[in-house]
Write a protein of this length. Structure first.
Ligand SMILES: [Zn+2]
Length: 179
């Protein structure tokens, strides 16, 4: 009986991989992602031109599947100050351990963060996207010296105090008097 596919190629193709085999053999897997591949990152504002490379080094730690990972590249985002796009550099390290059940999520053996996943079909895209989302700043914007809005921002009036005071019942009282 012939083997139709190379086992290793089948295990490592695509974004869904068998992490137990990778951990057993100490395999490092690398994947590249664009914004189009990462819908949650797109929803968070990432633009075309985002390019991320994720590396997952698999090993066993205390009988479990451990991942020493890196996420590098750039995420293109619209600046919240001047609305023009800018490239956020990303250089993140992460250490994950695969938890098969929710009850194992509270543990952090060896400083690894537990993630709930099916080790036989570990989705690398989901893991990379999680890390990319964690790398996003609360308010994405250019460094101040590169931002077109730096002068405008400096003279921007305070937003709350400049509002005219609203008198919701003022007009109503006038109307009642006219009856
Ligand atoms: Zn800007």
């Amino acid at each position: 009986m012939s083997r139709p596919y190379g086992v290793q190629a089948a295990v490592l193709a695509g974004n869904s991989i068998d992490a137990s085999i990778c951990a057993h053999s100490g395999t490092t897997v690398e994947r590249r992602f664009a914004a189009a591949d990462l819908p949650r990152l797109r929803d968070a504002g990432a633009l075309d031109g985002s390019q991320l490379t994720a590396r997952f080094a698999f090993s066993r730690f205390e009988g479990r599947i451990a991942i020493d990972g890196e996420l590098q590249g750039t995420i293109a985002l619209p600046c919240q100050r001047c609305a023009k796009p800018f490239e956020l550099p990303v250089d993140e390290q992460f250490r994950l351990i695969v938890a098969r059940e929710a009850k194992d999520l509270d543990e952090e053996p060896g400083g690894y963060e537990a993630v709930l996943a099916d080790p036989v079909r570990l989705d690398l895209q989901v893991l990379a996207e999680d890390q990319a989302l964690l790398a996003l700043p609360l308010v994405p914007r250019h460094p101040v010296e590169d931002c077109d809005a730096q002068i405008a921002a400096a003279v921007e009036p305070a937003p709350v105090e400049s509002q005219p005071t609203q008198k919701p019942f003022g007009d109503l009282r006038d109307l009642m008097r006219k009856r």
